[in-house]
Design a protein around this ligand. Structure first.
Ligand code: OXD
Length: 294
């Protein structure tokens, strides 16, 4: 019995070593050295070559190494009969909340402006006595819900656009009218949706035109949620004030992409919420043990 670790965008030596310690009787095979594909019962996939599971005839389950599962959904050769899961560790959730709050608080508390004032030896309070801003969430799943909780704990108002679910602490709206409401009411609009046919291109000319001119967009989901040219136009026309982007249609972001130099864009290299190796290995081992117990 074996686990295949098919993760192509980072070194997996540590992860495999952790797994071997947790599951000493299980053969851990790391891509591209999968010498016994027949033995594989669980495949851990991230940025995997599509079709890779085709030659694992005894595969029972696939799991995404992260929160997103679009790479599983987009691989038509993953048999529908296979169990699918994902790995959302506590570290991943904390990192995501830290990332969103770091940008939100830096903006809300004028950190950049105070830094400029400091250079000019200027003493001026920028905070005004105003209601706390509203953070709108597109998507309120495991990650969105956690980040929304942290925002609320710091006094921000929250509002969420969900498919149909309600939440005890965060008001939720649905459908096109709901999307319009969230865009219209949010000072910060956080995208934390799964990527699928319904959500691809959701941040487009129309939804951006519903936003407040002072709104900040924070996309930590997938690049394909945003129609890039529409975002550039919206920023240039002042439909929104700023965009914080951690994910892009093409990653790494090509060297000549207009996002790099845009004064109203802050970007990071898909670094918002990485998980740690220890917790990831524990989660994979638990999924494997559950399979073997079936
Ligand atoms: C994830 C990611 O889906 O890091 O976990 O993008």
């Amino acid at each position: 019995m074996s686990i295949a670790v098919v993760i192509t965008d980072r070194d997996t030596t540590d992860l495999c070593a952790h797994l071997s310690r947790l599951l000493p009787d299980v053969l851990i095979q790391a891509h591209p050295n999968i010498s016994d594909p027949q033995a594989v019962r669980l495949a851990v996939l991230w940025a995997h070559p599509p079709g890779i599971t085709q030659n694992m005839p005894n595969l029972q389950a696939v799991t995404s190494m992260g929160a997103g599962t679009d790479h599983l959904d987009n691989d038509p050769q993953i048999e529908p009969s296979l169990q699918r899961s994902r790995i959302v560790t506590a570290v991943l959730k904390h990192n995501m909340a830290q990332y969103v709050l770091a940008h939100l608080l830096a903006d809300h508390r004028h950190l950049q402006d105070y830094r400029l004032q400091q250079h000019q030896a200027q003493w001026q309070v920028l905070e005004e006595d105003q209601p706390m801003p509203t953070v709108g969430f597109l998507g309120l799943g495991e990650l969105g819900g956690f980040v929304a909780d942290q925002c609320q704990a710091l006094g921000f108002e929250t509002l969420a656009w969900t498919h149909s679910s309600q939440h005890p602490d965060h008001p939720c709206v649905h459908g096109e009218e709901g999307l319009k409401q969230v865009c219209q009411r949010s000072d910060y609009l956080v995208v934390l949706l799964p990527l699928n046919q319904q959500t691809s291109g959701l941040i487009n000319q129309q939804s951006l035109s519903w936003c407040k001119p002072q709104a900040m967009l924070i996309n930590v989901a997938r690049g394909a949620h945003v129609v890039e040219v529409d975002l550039l136009n919206a920023l240039d026309q002042g439909l929104i004030r700023h965009a914080v982007l951690d994910v892009f249609a093409t990653e790494p972001l090509p060297a000549h992409h207009p996002f790099w130099q845009h004064p109203k864009i802050t970007l990071t290299p898909h670094s918002s919420a990485r998980s740690d190796v220890g917790q990831t290995a524990q989660a994979i081992a638990a999924q494997y043990r559950a399979l073997s117990a079936d």
